[in-house]
Structure formats: structure tokens, C-alpha cells
Design a protein around this ligand. Structure first.
Ligand SMILES: Cc1ncc(COP(=O)(O)O)c(C=O)c1O
Length: 387
């Protein structure tokens, strides 16, 4: 199934239309049922006993979705003091919050120390900063770059030689020495190879690499493999094979437990997988322009509200919620930002769009609203949560 089928029924279109009528457009609509489905599906395929799913708040920090994920059993993964505040406001306790961030300022690091929770140092400098100041009862880990990257675009590949993230495995000895200098041990290892990875064996390969490094430490409290689980953006694109992923994860952890002789906590930090398909950006058609070269459909939103197409060239499926059975026309859907790169879809078939129609820009629940800006002095998009 490409996307949750009920999302694509007439009932769902009418929910989108009702929400747009009530709140106006541009409007992000999030469907809690899809978040619930994705969370349960992921949690169910991994049998390893000490599993923790840390939701990556950067993907979507809507308070209702954060509260929902907490109720479902998730912890929170954060990258700034602001995200920690949002997670706490949604009810996550300090213990349920982990922090990992490259190039954080001293003010950020101090705020993280005050806030509580697990900390993964991204550099030897950060490690020393935390080792010196973080209370010993607080878990302190280190992010490692094993040289393995994955993802839909080079901007989101976070492993490998050009990546700014983590320390090199060859620096493990230095990391241990720094921790020991302050009378503490390193509690965990962390990595995140990139985002929107659809290839289970690549996750297993990255896990094995990090677990190899984990063997250089005495007993670790946790191993954290980050996020990156991908979802299909295009109709017909195969889904990530979650049962296969679960089996590979269990097998890889079983091998580690067998060799290392202990069972660390296992953490993942999915963002996109849990929320992307739950989100639709509903926009209104504001203009229709035929040139000798193209037909442009203008809408009341732009890359200031959904950056992914302009930033990564990402595909987002678009449907005409007001006229779903209209005759398909090949159109370019463009936004209202004063830049020519402000295009949501190029030369795509779309059911006959008319001025005032509502278009549903799909799979916009991750890295949509959280990346929105007020560029061109436009307000941030409105938001509605449906169940
Ligand atoms: C450290 C870390 N963990 C988790 C994530 C979430 O990634 P995704 O949304 O692809 O699951 C990110 C994304 O950038 C990240 O940097």
C-alpha cells in the first residue's frame, strides 16, 4: 500500500475540506491514526527486549502529535534546547529525552545539562564539556561516524568522510581517556546514517559497524542507531520492508549479545517514518496561467511552508481534493514566494484545477511545518489535527 488508503477516500477529502473551511489555507492537516499505525507497526517488528523508540522531534513538533507519541510509548530525540522544551511541554520526562547536536554553543550545552536526559556528544570537545559537568547519574554517550551513509539526498546523508557529524572510530581511545579523566565511563554509542533509507540491509550493515566499535568499550548501557527509516513518496514506490528490517535488527543484536555477553538498551530515532504520511499540506488554487510552454497552477503557499521540493528536489504527490474526478491536465504547481524555484510539482497530471480548489500536497508530515519560515513576510502555515 503506497499510503494509508483511508487517507485517499472521499471521506478523507471531506475531512480535509472541512478543516480548510474552518481554519483556512495554507493548512497542515495531521491524521493521528496514521501516526499510531506507523508507531505500532515499527514497534511490533522488533522483538529485542530493551527497545526504545525515540521520536525525532525535528521531523514534527506538533504538541498533539508529541503527546500522542508519548502515550504510544515513544521517548523523544532532540537537537536543541528549544526541542527539549517542546518535548517537556508535551509531557516527556527528562529521562525520556535524548539530545544529540553538532556544533552546539556553550549556552546550548549548559541548557542541555540543566534540562536532564541522555546526552550524546558529537565531538571530543563536547565529550569533554559534558564529562566535566554532567552529573554522573546522567547517561553520556558519543556519536560515531562509521563512514556509512544513506538517504534520499546528499544533504541528509549524515555518515561518511564529508559529514560534520560524530567522531571517527579511530578516536574511541581518546574518547575513553577523556571520560576517564573525569572519573566516568561512556554509557552509549550513537549513530545516524541519514534520512529516508529504504534498504534494510544498509541499516544492518551500519548497525554491525557501530556494534564493532561498541566492542571497544566495556559494557555499554545503550546503543542508539538513529533514525532514517524511509517511506514511499510516489504512488507505486515500494515501502520499506519493515518485517525484514525487524528480523535483521533482531539478528544483528542477537549476534552482538552472543559475542559481547551483555544486553544493552537498543534505541532508534525515527522521525519521518512515524509522521510523514500522516501530514497533508492543503493549499488553495489562486491562479491559473497558460504560457506557450507550460500551464501553471498558482497556490497560496510556497517553499516557505514546504521546503522539501525546492531544497532537495523532493516529490510530493498532489491531488485535487475539490475536484478529484476532474479530467487530468499536465500542470506545474507553483507557490507564491518571489523566487522561480518555488515549485511544488513540475509537469504533473492533476485533476482539472480551478481557482479556489483545494489541493492536497501529500506526505508532508515530516520536515514540512518544522522547516517552515516567514520568508517574504508571510505567516507560518496553520495546523489542524484530525483523528
Ligand atoms: C541524530 C538524528 N536522529 C534521528 C533523525 C531522524 O531521522 P529520520 O526522520 O530520517 O528518521 C535525524 C534526522 O536528521 C538525526 O539527525
Amino acid at each position: 500500500m503506497w499510503q494509508n488508503e483511508p487517507m485517499r477516500t472521499a471521506t478523507e477529502f471531506s475531512k480535509l475540506k472541512q478543516a480548510a473551511k474552518r481554519h483556512g489555507t495554507p493548512l497542515y492537516v495531521y491524521d493521528e491514526r496514521i501516526v499510531t499505525e506507523r508507531y505500532r507497526e515499527l514497534a511490533a517488528v522488533i522483538s529485542y527486549p530493551n527497545l526504545e523508540i525515540h521520536f525525532a522531534v525535528k521531523a514534527n513538533s506538533n504538541p498533539r502529535l508529541l503527546k500522542l507519541l508519548k502515550r504510544l510509548g515513544a521517548d523523544a530525540e532532540t537537537v536543541s534546547p528549544g526541542e527539549i522544551r517542546l518535548a517537556k511541554r508535551a509531557g516527556f520526562t527528562s529521562k525520556q529525552i535524548a539530545f544529540t547536536c553538532a556544533n552546539a554553543s556553550a549556552a546550548d550545552l549548559d541548557a542541555v545539562i540543566r534540562a536532564g536526559g541522555t546526552v550524546n556528544a558529537d565531538s571530543l570537545y563536547q565529550l569533554e564539556y559534558f564529562a566535566k559537568r554532567l552529573p554522573k547519574r546522567r547517561p553520556l554517550g558519543v556519536r560515531i561516524n562509521q563512514g556509512i551513509a544513506g538517504g534520499h539526498h546528499k544533504h541528509v546523508m549524515t555518515g561518511g568522510p564529508d559529514s560534520k557529524f560524530g567522531i571517527d572510530p579511530s578516536q574511541v581511545r581518546d574518547a575513553k581517556r577523556i571520560a576517564a579523566k573525569y572519573g566516568r565511563k561512556i554509557d552509549g554509542v550513537h549513530q545516524h546514517i541519514g534520512s529516508n533509507v529504504l534498504d534494510p540491509p544498509l541499516f544492518a550493515k551500519a548497525m554491525r559497524a557501530l556494534l564493532g566499535t561498541a566492542r571497544q568499550f566495556d559494557e555499554l548501557d545503550y546503543v542508539d542507531f538513529g533514525g532514517g527509516f524511509g517511506i514511499p513518496y510516489r504512488p507505486g514506490e515500494p515501502r520499506l520492508d519493515i518485517p525484514k528490517l525487524g528480523k535483521l535488527i533482531d539478528q544483528t543484536m542477537a549476534d552482538f549479545v552472543n559475542e559481547a555477553g551483555y544486553q544493552p538498551r537498543l534505541a532508534f530515532e525515527p522521525g519521518r517514518y512515524l509522521v510523514a504520511e500522516a501530514g497533508t499540506l492543503v493549499v488553495s488554487v489562486t491562479d491559473y496561467k497558460i504560457t506557450p510552454h507550460k500551464t501553471f497552477v498558482g497556490v497560496d503557499s510556497g517553499f516557505n511552508q514546504l521546503l522539501r521540493p525546492a531544497m532537495y528536489g523532493s516529490y510530493h504527490h498532489i491531488e485535487n481534493a475539490s475536484n478529484p474526478r476532474g479530467r487530468a491536465q499536465k500542470v506545474t504547481v507553483a507557490g507564491n514566494v518571489c523566487e522561480s524555484g518555488d515549485v511544488f510539482a513540475k509537469d504533473r497530471p492533476l485533476a482539472a484545477p480551478r481557482i479556489g480548489d483545494l489541493l492536497a500536497i501529500r506526505t508532508a508530515g515530516a520536515y514540512g511545518e518544522t522547516m517552515a519560515s516567514t520568508y517574504n513576510a508571510r505567516p507560518l502555515p496553520k495546523v489542524a489535527v484530525i483523528t
